[in-house]
Write a protein that binds this ligand. Structure first.
Ligand code: 5AD
Ligand code: SF4
Length: 473
């Protein structure tokens, strides 16, 4: 399943991005209480589920992938677009039916929808027993105790400090080679379309030594790649209260990269306004920092970017792309794009297509604008682009990205890449799959006693828009 990356032809479709994932570990020990968790949304949410698993583990809960053998059902939710919320609602109906068959089961909602929908689900519809916001997971044992006694429990308080710094995540659904490490929480950017500042609160950075310790621990356990996660990693900052030492994102990248040359480092997501040349030079100076940047543009038009409150314009974005190309000519860049934002004209949409042509993204996550209650855009601008126009523009963006991915991947034919083996290819256990530094998935025939976690050199023989096919050199 490892090459089952969330892209279709190099593109993450809207529908796929809303799919949940069921986490599991080995069979739980008999007699333990068991929890079943589904996660939706971004990698931060999946990473949070691993923190939840750790907190639950401390009070005797083991994970199961089988809802039928669970005593506790959790759904870690996303609010980013309306569709994500609808999906969760449907799943809650399924859990409700299950609970009727097995009374005593506790059903809980975690994550980004908690704050917005707590009243409705807990008090009005009585759909769930437990609602816990992203900063309140330490309170889970206490809340669970109340819920097990038949009370409806809620804690959606957001924190200015919580980073779950010292909690060692329990790795769920892992390939044993690649892992995510959360380095900061929340977001202070206030992009006008985005619900995140309201669901996840203010930005705060995790203490760097606990990040390095977590990455080192992963390395000693056989992991060979870590992805540092945050809504806006480039604004990572930490001041040592004792020495006054300042650690920025470039410093943190260097600290993690220096753990071991065989430990690859990735990160996501970068905001164009904060991505400094210092970060780019740090990437260039370390072979094991992967040459791949997720740098969401959102729109290629400066008026729309201003309305989105992105705090950069199209020229600034192009300047950042030029810096990347100058400092790391082999670096791949991917993007997020929104079509049909409030008042977007056809010409402004064309600017987005032009930006995609200019940037030559290796892939993009593409969405039609979805108005979210409470956001700046919802308060200030009418959601006035008809659904069919939003979809038409989205399809044009998807088609163009597909063509760009296809051309770029074909251009890789004949090239040779260092690939980290992640596991069997999805289609055949005769093949391995793994990524090159640019984050492209490479599939190749197994050879000798190579195993997941090894690095191999692969020459590319063929390519689709999503995958490179090659042979071990
Ligand atoms: N409508 C559509 N897409 C959105 N995103 C965030 N909020 C919205 C919204 N209201 C997209 C942005 C962001 C990605 C995580 O989701 O492109 O970068
Ligand atoms: Fe969804 Fe955003 Fe929350 Fe991630 S942070 S789960 S994308 S709403």
């Amino acid at each position: 399943m490892y090459d089952n990356n969330p892209t279709i032809d190099g593109i993450k479709s809207i529908d796929e991005s809303q799919q949940g994932s069921v986490f599991f570990k080995e069979s739980p020990t008999p007699g333990l209480r068991r929890f079943y968790i589904e996660s939706y949304g971004c990698q931060m949410n999946f990473s949070d589920s691993e923190i939840v698993a750790s907190i639950l583990g401390d009070i005797g809960y083991a994970p199961t992938r089988n809802m039928e053998e669970s005593d506790l059902i959790l759904i870690n939710t996303c609010s980013i677009r309306e569709k994500a919320e609808e999906t969760v609602r449907k799943r809650l109906r399924v859990f409700e039916a299950y609970k009727k068959q097995k009374p005593g089961t506790v059903v809980g909602v975690l994550g980004c929808m908690a704050e917005r929908l707590k009243k409705q689900w807990l008090e009005e519809e009585k759909l769930v027993d437990l609602v816990v916001g992203p900063d309140a997971y330490r309170d889970l044992p206490n809340l669970l105790g109340g819920a097990e006694e038949g009370n409806r429990m809620v804690n959606v308080l957001l924190s200015r400090e919580e980073t779950y710094s010292e909690i060692a995540p329990v790795r769920l659904d892992t390939n044993g080679i690649t892992a995510f490490i959360s380095i900061m929480r929340g977001c202070d950017n206030m992009c006008s379309f985005c619900v995140v500042p309201f669901t996840r609160g203010r930005e705060r950075s995790r203490e760097p030594f606990s990040i390095v310790a977590e990455a080192t621990d992963l390395y000693t356990k056989g992991y060979r790649e870590v992805t540092l996660l945050g809504q806006n990693v480039d604004s990572y900052k930490w001041d040592n209260p004792e020495t006054g030492e300042h650690v920025d994102f470039a410093d943190l990248l260097r600290m993690v990269a220096e753990i071991h040359p065989d430990l690859r480092v990735r990160f996501s997501t970068s905001h164009p306004k904060d991505m400094t040349d210092k970060v780019l030079h740090t990437m260039a100076a370390h072979e094991n920092i992967c040459k791949y940047i997720h740098l969401p543009v959102q729109s290629g038009n400066s008026r729309i970017l201003e309305m989105m409150n992105r705090t950069y314009d199209a020229d600034w974005y192009r300047n950042r792309m030029e810096a990347i190309r100058r400092i790391m000519p082999d670096c791949a860049v991917s993007s997020d794009i929104i079509t049909g934002f409030c008042s977007e004209t056809e010409e402004e949409h064309q600017d987005t297509l032009a930006m995609m042509e200019y940037a030559q993204y290796s892939m993009s996550y593409m969405f039609a604008y979805s108005e979210r209650p409470g956001t700046l855009a919802a308060r200030k601008y009418p959601d006035d682009i008809p659904e069919d126009i939003k979809k038409k523009r989205l399809n044009e963006v998807i088609r163009l990205q597909n063509a760009i991915s296809q051309i770029q991947n074909k251009a890789d034919i004949g090239k040779t890449f260092k690939v980290l083996i992640e596991g069997d290819s999805r289609k055949s256990d005769q093949d391995f799959c793994g990524r090159n530094t640019q984050n492209k998935m490479v599939v190749f025939a197994k050879k000798g006693d190579l195993k997941p976690g090894d690095y191999v050199t692969v020459t590319i023989r063929d390519a689709t828009s999503a995958t490179l096919l090659g042979d071990i050199v």
